[in-house]
Design a protein around this ligand. Structure first.
Ligand SMILES: [Zn+2]
Length: 81
């Protein structure tokens, strides 16, 4: 199983909530937004996934193995400014 952290990203078909860069979903290749603070929070080895592909990954993982990371202060600043 892939142990790298997953960053769930909104597709670029929706407007970006905060100034963000465009990346591609690792699974389906769709363009998604990833904000600078999210990329820092997720770290270098992150897997960038769109919401639907991320949901599939979550379904495959037993809840006992979930390791959810809440928003960092930098991420909260992005969405509250
Ligand atoms: Zn995808």
């Amino acid at each position: 199983m892939d142990e790298r952290p997953v960053l769930l990203c909104m597709p670029t078909s929706k407007p970006a909530v905060v100034p963000s860069k465009v990346f591609q979903c690792e699974t389906c290749g769709v363009d998604v937004w990833a904000s600078p603070a999210s990329l820092i929070a997720a770290g270098a080895k992150v897997r960038i996934l769109c919401i639907p592909c991320g949901a599939v990954e979550i379904e495959k993982t037993p809840p006992s193995e979930w390791d959810l990371q809440g928003p960092t202060e930098a991420q909260l600043r992005e969405i509250t400014n």
